[in-house]
Design a protein around this ligand. Structure first.
Ligand SMILES: O=P(O)(O)O[C@H]1[C@H](O)[C@@H](OP(=O)(O)O)[C@H](OP(=O)(O)O)[C@@H](OP(=O)(O)O)[C@H]1O
Ligand SMILES: Nc1ncnc2c1ncn2[C@@H]1O[C@H](COP(=O)(O)OP(=O)(O)O)[C@@H](O)[C@H]1O
Ligand SMILES: [Mg+2]
Ligand SMILES: [Mg+2]
Length: 338
């Protein structure tokens, strides 16, 4: 006798199989036989990303709108797969970048989200914020800059000297040069700086009331959420503290501050028109359509903002209404290229 749970499980498995079959068929069928399908999206993502992004709710909504997601088989030539309208990817490595570049040349009709060289710029914290600095955005809604920063490639014994030369003020945040690593240290005094391990970027720590804004961008759409961040460092604390403190995962999804009871001047979101202008400019300058920005507002100011981090294809699964926003975005891309 089959138990109820078992029946449900079998049904789920059956549905999964049907969905997989559908996907396979769509991938091999000439488009004229699959009139319901408007957009075919090939994806190359890590299993962690598939789990967080390609959730059943997204796939379901997408299917209803005529969008299907097809897994790219990395062991086979990309050009032999598809045909795709869009390729969605977040994999690392030179070889994969080469595969994508060749594919883009051979298939200019396919939208590759996003171009590998544009992604490279935000993988390195030395180049990540350059476009924000160049933009030097300042309008009646506010001013957007980047914290003063310095890159240390090798010798840790010279850090203190270089910090002085560049005029960086303590405390300093130390971040690994390559953005895929999320280790973070806060250094309170000059002598301890030699304990840090290059290659890294040193950034002035900006007091911001312990809350940051994650600004998700999907094409033209923008969504902002609040996350808890490192608390302010007072002058007294700075004068009394020494050493380097390590923080493993600050401002991760578990640190959501959207429901928290915050001081209104800390909680207030950055003005929409400022974010829209910033997003529009950065989309163009970075050449990216899928990214997020970590923005902080200097504590005690109303409109002094700093971009401290840019992430390519971030955890959209935690962005409110991402299913609708993402599927509409994919449809708009397909409509543009028709
Ligand atoms: O910390 P930042 O610099 O923002 O980097 C992001 C966040 O950690 C995302 O998780 P969260 O939303 O929890 O902060 C995470 O998404 P997922 O965990 O959803 O995949 C991304 O993972 P990768 O795509 O693996 O890099 C990562 O690049
Ligand atoms: N310049 C800074 N001033 C104040 N806090 C910062 C600064 N840079 C980073 N932080 C804090 O450290 C966290 C992690 O830094 P971030 O640059 O976003 O790295 P990651 O790529 O690991 O997310 C941020 O979420 C924020 O809480
Ligand atoms: Mg960050
Ligand atoms: Mg980051």
């Amino acid at each position: 006798m089959r138990m109820r749970g078992e029946i449900a499980k079998n049904k789920e498995e059956e549905e999964k199989e049907v969905r997989n079959e559908e996907k396979k068929m769509v991938a091999v069928m000439p488009r004229k036989y699959s009139s319901k399908v408007v957009v075919v999206v090939g994806y190359a993502l890590t299993s962690k990303k598939i789990k967080s992004f390609l959730q059943p709710k997204l796939e379901g909504l997408a299917r209803n709108k005529g969008i299907v997601f097809v897994a790219i088989d990395q062991s086979k030539p990309l050009s032999d797969q598809g045909p795709f309208d869009i390729v969605l990817h977040k994999l690392s490595g030179k070889e994969w970048r080469g595969v994508l570049e060749d594919y883009r040349k051979a298939h200019p009709e396919v939208t590759v989200l996003d171009p590998p060289d544009a992604i490279q710029q935000v993988h390195n914290r030395q180049s990540m914020l350059q476009d924000v600095a160049d933009l030097d955005l300042s309008d009646p809604y506010g001013k957007v800059g980047v914290p003063k920063q310095l890159v240390i490639k090798k010798d840790p014994s010279s850090i203190s000297e270089e910090v002085n030369k560049a005029g960086l003020r303590l405390p300093l945040v130390a971040k690994p040069l390559f953005a895929k690593s999320h280790e973070l240290s806060l250094a309170y005094d000059e002598i301890s700086l030699q304990k840090l391990e290059p290659p890294l970027v040193l950034q002035e720590f900006i007091n911001h009331g312990g809350v940051l804004f994650k600004v998700y961008i999907v094409g033209e759409a923008i969504k902002v959420v609040r996350r808890f961040s490192l608390p302010d460092v007072s002058k007294r604390e700075l004068s009394e503290s020494v050493g380097v403190y390590r923080f493993p995962r600050v401002s991760c999804a578990a640190a959501s501050a959207d429901e928290a009871d915050l001081d209104p001047c800390v909680a207030e979101l950055p003005p929409r028109p400022l974010l829209e202008r910033l997003a529009k400019e950065l989309r163009r300058r970075l050449g990216l359509r899928l990214f997020n920005l970590d923005i902080i507002r200097e504590h005690g100011t109303r409109d002094n903002y700093y971009v401290i981090d840019i992430n390519y294809f971030p955890g959209y699964g935690k962005m409110p209404e991402y299913e609708h926003i993402f599927t509409d975005f994919l449809l708009s891309l397909a409509a543009q290229s028709k």
